[in-house]
Design a protein around this ligand. Sequence first.
Ligand code: TYD
Length: 135
Amino acid sequence: MSLIQLLDLGVIGDERGALVSLESNKNIPFDIKRVYYIYGNKGDVARGFHAHKALKQVAVCVSGSCRFVLDDGEEKVEVILDKPDKGLKIEEGIWREMYDFSDDCVLMVLASDFYSESDYIRNYSEFLRTKSSQQ
Ligand code: TYD
């Protein structure tokens, strides 16, 4: 499976503008239990720097742009999110870092579970160890 999984969310557009609808197990491939969004990022900040043990997420840049680095322990890829009708699917066990937030960036994330700090792996060496122990 490619590390970059960009979902086409579908636009219901008419002469008034665009509408995107997000539905569990339809265009979002899991039950959505949580939605959060990140905005007002200051200057050159980078975010993320963690993986999740079980959580699945879809990230949508609903305004502006930002750059994701995804890492499965073997391969690192970059993807720029700058379209409100594209969702980046991030599976469990993927290290992510986010950079280059535009001033107007609003990054919305749909998640398959409630917030739980115990699902995070925030140490990169520990992340790599979990990967090598899975092989
Ligand atoms: P974190 O996931 O580390 O943010 P990012 O990946 O964007 O750098 O979360 C930042 C803080 O917010 C951390 O203290 C956990 C808290 N938080 C919640 O309380 N609920 C949530 O749904 C999320 C995503 C984070």
